[in-house]
Design a protein around this ligand. Sequence first.
Ligand code: ADP
Length: 181
Amino acid sequence: MDGTALNEAVGGIVWLTGLSGAGKTTIAQAVYATLRAQGRRVELLDGDVIRTNLSKGLGFSKEDRDTNVRRVGFVCHLLARNGVVAIAAVISPYQTVRQEVRALGSPFVEVYVQAPLAVCEQRDVKGLYRRARAGLIQGFTGIDDPYEPPLAPDVVCCTDRETVAESVGKVLAAMAACGLG
Ligand code: ADP
């Protein structure tokens, strides 16, 4: 991509929401790698990483979760308006704040990364469900804290029924459909 093309690059936000273990990070990393290989400007904001720096010190109350999502959304918006595809992989359990991020005005693709709680719990990628069930973590999304599914997501990835490649293909298609392809 030459300088002119970079200047003309269309930025936007690809927002992956879903339960812990649903597959957000996996899909986000694969989409990131695909876009990188195409020479696109792309950045990945992963919830687990964000909570160790940008949102360090925040907890998991509704207020802190909302603050975390607003911060991620704000950074994504800044990147997007500079021609970057900002991919956010954050649980972002509350509909209203996800809507706020969309309303910032960047091209926005909402991806609902969906898997039944039982499947996420069985995967237990980080061992968090086991700890939540044992009472070692309070306020864990899906166990004793709410998750509000998106009302009108641009794409739904059913990760208990499709391969990672299929999920990635759906995200890329949804991006193309909203002019981010
Ligand atoms: P999250 O970021 O939502 O907490 P992760 O991406 O860390 O979830 O973990 C999801 C797990 O589900 C991984 O072990 C991944 O290999 C597995 N998985 C199976 N099928 C899919 C799919 N179609 N998309 C994403 N992940 C999948």
